[in-house]
Structure formats: C-alpha cells, structure tokens
Write a protein that binds this ligand. Structure first.
Ligand code: SF4
Ligand code: SF4
Length: 353
C-alpha cells in the first residue's frame, strides 16, 4: 500500500496554482506524533511504499531520516520541488527509490508559475540525486496550465534525459475557473494527439517512453483495471498528516469525508472507492473515476465538472484507439505486454491528468 507521509505543511515556494504552505492549524509544520505509532501501523502492511509529501517534505528532512531509520523494509520515495535536496544526507538519498520532481516543462512556462529560477534549480536537483544514487527513478511531475503546450513541454522534458517517467496534472478544479474547454479544443487535445503519435512511433522501435497518462491506461487494458481513483485514494493509499490524522487524499486536509482514522487508533479503508457518477461509465476500468477529490468538491460546479469530464473521455478514447496497433506490436514481439504494466501507487501518481 502507498503511505503518503506529510512531514510538514510548510512550503518554500508559492506556485500560483497551489498557493504554498498549508495553514499551521490545519497541517502542522512539525510532526507531533511518535514515530513508534507510525511504525506499528506500517509494519502491518506487507509491501509498504512510503512517499514523503508536504508542503515541501525536505523542510523537515530530520523526520525523513527518522522514518527511513525506523522502517528499513519499506520502499521510499519523495515528492519535492527539488530546491533543498542537499539537506538530506547522501546516505538517505541512496535509500530512496523514486523521486517526483516538480517541473512544468520549458523554462519560461515553469518559472512563470513556480517562480523565477526554479527551473534551473530543479534541473540541478535531478542531476544531483541521480549522481548520488544512480538507481533512483526520477519522475517529472508537471502541472499543465492554459500556458502549456502539452507536446512541447513533454518533449522538452524527455529531451533533457534526466527523467525516467513523465506525469502531469491539469490545473483544473483547484484554481479559479478559466476557459478550459476552448484551450482543450484548440491546444491540449491536438497536442495530446501529436504526443501519442510520437509515443507510438517509439513503440514501433521497441521503446516504451514512460509517459504515465498513456502507459497507465495501456496497463489498465492489458493488466488490471482501476477500481477507484488510480492514485489509490482511500483504498490503496492513505495520507498521514503531521498531526497523526489519516486521510484518503492528501489534498482533502479540511474535508470530513476524507477522514479514515488516526495513527493511534488505526484506520478503515473505503469499501466502495468508485464514485457513483462513474459506476456505469464505459471507461471506468481505465479511469477509476479520475480524482476522488474532484467528485467530492466540484469547485467548478456541475457544469464545469462535466466539461472537464468530456475532455477526459476524449483523451481516454484517444489512448484506447492505439490498442490494435499495440496488439500487433506485441504479437510481432516488438514490445512485451509485461513491459506495459504500471502501478501508480508504487510512484504516487494519478495516471489520469
Ligand atoms: S471518464 Fe468520467 S464518468 Fe467515466 S470513470 Fe472517468 S471520471 Fe467517471
Ligand atoms: S487524484 Fe484526487 S483523490 Fe487522488 S490524491 Fe490527487 S486530489 Fe486526492
């Protein structure tokens, strides 16, 4: 199972689509529970993946050290903006399996939203951690806004040759409403089509470029489909807040529906992770309902939710349209079906942007 451990609610950046730190009274900036309590819970899990999360988790690197020292058998990862990678001693980086680094694509696009100079710093961070631990897997974790050109941003990140996988989330629902539909029609969907073509051209050469929103759907087709949000929220993933509360989703820090328990008394997973809205959808196996939070807190209203969902369906259909070609490549032995397996809870990604 995936354990998202929030080491602090504080962040050292204030990206415009996120807003920076959580208020201290909601997500404390220090961990207030005893590590033994966490240890007892995680040790009951046969195959735990612990991902350090925040805020910016490296602001509390001491707690990261403590968790790694106490839970040696777990798999470890981190979601970080990369600015403080040198705070965590090298010996600990060597024990981390996966690092998700925030980067939105080309420098001008990244720095416009994340702050001047952040692009250069995250690139330096990726080089640094790869140098310290050549076995670490790096994932570019992008936020895609109305300034992004999905094809250009993703190709740029691939060409950097620093990231093993690429994943993105759309800046929808969380921010104030913007004209997502026009942007999707004129920019995003055509860009996705071009990117998918690039992906298929590489498949034909036997190369699977790990673009997670593509690979995650192919995995659901050839392996196991999703029974809830691919991120695992509440059924394959839990979030431990710095005050010991256990939640289904790391974003739902204020919402009662997300409470699953606490570090002292344990937690109860969701029995029905698929949102009602999705139970009859033909794409549910590939999509899992996308994001649980967006169903529970539709800030763009019902109409806005449906607009996003229509674009989502178009993207899913687009990826599924390559299945006959992929079948043929598997048949010819150019790619292996096993290489198309992807478990988003091993990486703490969401698959569906
Ligand atoms: S495509 Fe839309 S309706 Fe279908 S499962 Fe995904 S979120 Fe639900
Ligand atoms: S995809 Fe949605 S439900 Fe899953 S972790 Fe992100 S915000 Fe929460």
């Amino acid at each position: 199972m995936l354990w998202l451990i929030i080491t602090t609610g504080e962040c050292n950046l204030k990206c415009d689509y996120c807003g920076g730190s959580f208020p201290k009274e909601i997500v404390p900036w220090k961990v207030s529970y005893n590590i033994e309590n966490l240890k007892k819970l995680v040790e009951k899990d046969k195959s735990p993946t612990i991902i350090f999360y925040g805020g910016e988790p490296l602001l509390n690197y001491k707690f990261i050290e403590k968790v790694i020292d106490n839970l040696e058998k777990a798999r470890f990862g981190i979601q970080t903006n990369g600015l403080l990678v040198k705070l965590l001693p090298k010996d600990y980086w060597k024990k981390i399996n996966v690092a998700l680094l925030s980067i939105d694509g080309r420098q001008e696009i990244n720095d416009k939203h994340r702050g001047k100079g952040t692009y250069k710093k995250v690139i330096e961070a990726a080089k640094y951690i790869k140098n310290v631990n050549p076995n670490i897997e790096t994932i570019a974790r992008m936020t895609v806004t109305n300034d992004s050109n999905i094809y250009e941003e993703v190709i740029h990140l691939i060409e950097l040759n620093l990231f093993d996988k690429i994943h993105w989330q759309l800046d929808v629902v969380w921010s104030n409403k913007w004209d997502f539909v026009s942007w999707a029609r004129n920019n995003y969907v055509p860009g996705l089509r071009k990117l998918l073509k690039f992906f298929v051209e590489n498949l034909k050469k036997g190369k699977i470029i790990k673009i997670i929103p593509f690979v995650g759907i192919l995995s659901a087709h050839y392996h196991q489909g999703y029974i809830g949000s691919p991120c695992g929220a509440g059924y394959r993933s839990v979030t431990v807040l710095s005050n010991g509360k256990i939640l289904s989703c790391p974003i739902a820090v204020r919402e009662k529906w997300a409470n699953l328990g606490d570090i002292y008394n344990g937690y109860k997973l969701l029995e029905e992770p698929m949102p009602d809205y999705c139970k009859k959808c033909e794409f549910r196996k590939y999509c899992g309902g996308r994001c649980l939070y967006a169903h529970m807190e539709p800030y763009w209203g019902k109409e806005g939710f449906i607009e996003i969902d229509e674009v989502n369906k178009e993207y899913i259909k687009m990826v599924l349209s390559i299945i006959p070609e992929v079948d043929q490549l598997i048949k010819e032995g150019i790619i292996k079906v096993t290489d198309l397996y992807y478990d988003p809870t091993a990486d703490s990604t969401e698959v569906i942007p």
